[in-house]
Design a protein around this ligand. Structure first.
Ligand code: ATP
Ligand code: MG
Length: 146
């Protein structure tokens, strides 16, 4: 379904308006995109959930939405635990959790990112991750513009 990206992300902004450490910035005049909004909302939720869960309590989470000629770019950045380099190739695998996450009291099944990746791929998009242990993690989603 063709969706006005600005109204979708305005809705996301509204969903998270009561989270003081989540900062969302959305570029004006984003294009229309083919999007299943229920699934994209789920993908955003899973990434924001991780960003909050694997960070200290008041650590900020920054969400930036912009577009290039070909894509809508969604950046979700945190300043939390970060992910060890050796684990990075596996974090999208089913049931995979980094040792520190598994040994913590933080609940999780290691499925959130698997679902995110499936949703992004179903939209013809891609997702990248950059992370530094002890500094934070940035996920970037690229959704093709039709
Ligand atoms: P679930 O999402 O199923 O509740 P989960 O959060 O453990 O459980 P994923 O969301 O798939 O599973 O993430 C896999 C693992 O990647 C996590 O357990 C954690 O170790 C690591 N991880 C994911 N996102 C972050 C992040 N933003 N910062 C640090 N580590 C992360
Ligand atoms: Mg998760």
């Amino acid at each position: 379904e063709q969706i006005d990206a600005n109204s979708f992300f305005a809705y996301i902004q509204d969903v998270y308006k009561n989270y003081p450490n989540i900062h969302i910035s959305i570029q004006n005049d984003l294009p229309f995109v083919k999007m299943d909004t229920k699934y994209m909302e789920r993908a955003m939720f899973n990434l924001i959930d991780n960003a909050l869960k694997y960070s200290d309590a008041h650590s900020p989470v920054e969400i930036l939405v912009k577009n290039t000629e070909q894509s809508i770019v969604i950046v979700i950045r945190d300043f939390g635990w970060g992910i060890p380099e050796k684990d990075l190739p596996y974090i999208f695998d089913r049931f995979y959790r980094v040792d520190k996450a598994r040994n913590s009291h933080k609940p999780g099944n290691g499925l959130g990112l698997t679902i995110v990746k499936e949703i992004v791929h179903a939209h013809g998009g891609k997702i990248d991750v950059v992370s530094k242990l002890g500094e934070g993690t940035t996920f970037t989603i690229y959704l093709p513009i039709c």
